[in-house]
Design a protein around this ligand. Structure first.
Ligand code: G3I
Length: 311
């Protein structure tokens, strides 16, 4: 009768949400969070600017609050994110070369060590590939430290927390035919063949409507899975929350055994980063939307639980 419980009955999957520490005092928010979800991802609180605002000085208060809220209720935590070109504190933006490489690796080591045993999955590296047809790495200060920066980050995370599952996370890697998808696929294939410790790929899945939800999404999920990694739908939201598109995403995940769960990027439309787009499963008043019912019904193998509103 809830998203999390129904997902758990489908091969132990999870259904999660991004959580903002600033909203944990809002009881309407926590009522939905605690009732519906069995996984959380801190929306901003584990990013580099939040956890290492000054070089070598680590602050974990808001992230710890979310982790405590989650783990005390049996919810699993996805850590987001250890290495990223964006949301870098000023001191990191100003570094380059081997100094930046060492600072990045130290950040990965320190943060993964702090949360060891509490974080089930880490987005070790986020958004490292360029959009468009090039299939190239995104230009960034991290990329300019050398093409091996991604595998170096994964090896550091593995050393710090050998039990965490280590993911590469990106957007616009949903369409199997896109150059960006193919480029990430080749990186994962290469890492698997050389023993670089990667366990999973996260598809953010920020969709702009039924139109950009690709019909080959299931092929993308199963193709990554065939490399021997789990796949996760990590930041799902869909402009105007069409029930059909949400249902298709859920069914695609359920069709791929290595698709271990779905995280929506916020609870209520009023919690979303996409202001004015109403992309989530609950409206601003906390009411279930049609997309919620479509998702729950799909998780229940197409069977609508008794008492579920259909509109
Ligand atoms: O917390 C500060 C606040 O103290 C300050 O007064 C205010 C003024 O701008 O900013 C607040 O920080 C904002 C933060 O969200 C918390 O609300 C940042 O400016 C704002 O840039 C930040 O946006 C986040 C964005 O990532 C950038 O990191 C969004 O909430 C978050 O939903 C979004 O999430 C990303 C994923 O991490 C990666 N994939 C894409 C996704 C959507 O952009």
């Amino acid at each position: 009768s809830t998203l999390g419980a129904s997902a758990a009955e489908r091969g132990g999957r999870y259904f999660g949400t991004a959580v903002a520490a600033s909203r944990l005092g809002d009881s309407a928010y926590t009522t939905l969070l605690n009732r519906e979800f069995n996984q959380v991802t801190p929306e901003n609180e584990m990013k580099i600017d939040a956890t290492e605002p000054q070089r070598g000085q680590f602050t974990y208060g808001n992230a710890d609050r979310i982790v405590q809220h989650a783990t005390s209720r049996g919810m699993r935590v996805r850590g987001h994110t250890l290495a990223w070109h964006s949301q870098q504190p000023g001191w990191m933006q100003s570094l380059s070369g081997s100094t930046l490489r060492q600072a990045m690796l130290n950040h990965v080591t320190q943060v993964a060590t702090h949360f060891r045993g509490q974080v089930t999955w880490w987005d070790v590296v986020n958004e490292a590939y360029a959009d468009g047809s090039s299939g190239a790495r995104r230009d960034s200060n991290l990329q300019r430290t050398g093409n091996d920066w991604i595998e170096a980050a994964f090896r550091a995370a593995d050393a710090a927390d050998p039990n965490a599952q280590l993911c590469y996370n990106d957007y616009n890697i949903d369409n199997w035919n896109d150059a960006k998808t193919q480029a990430v696929y080749r990186m994962v294939q290469d890492f698997r063949s050389r023993g670089v410790p990667i366990d999973c790929v996260g598809l953010q899945s920020h969709f702009t409507g039924g139109s950009n939800y690709p019909s080959n999404y299931r092929t993308t999920l199963s193709s990554f899975a065939a490399l021997g990694v789990d796949v996760h739908i990590t930041e799902l939201d869909i402009r105007n929350a069409p029930a059909d598109a949400y249902r298709n995403v859920v069914n695609d995940c359920l069709a791929v055994s290595r698709c271990r769960g779905i995280t929506v990027w916020g609870i209520r439309d009023s919690d979303s980063w996409r202001s004015g787009e109403s992309p989530l499963l609950f409206d601003g008043g906390g009411n279930k939307k049609a997309a919620y019912n479509a998702v729950l019904t799909a998780l229940n193998n197409g069977t609508t639980p008794p008492g579920t509103p259909t509109t």
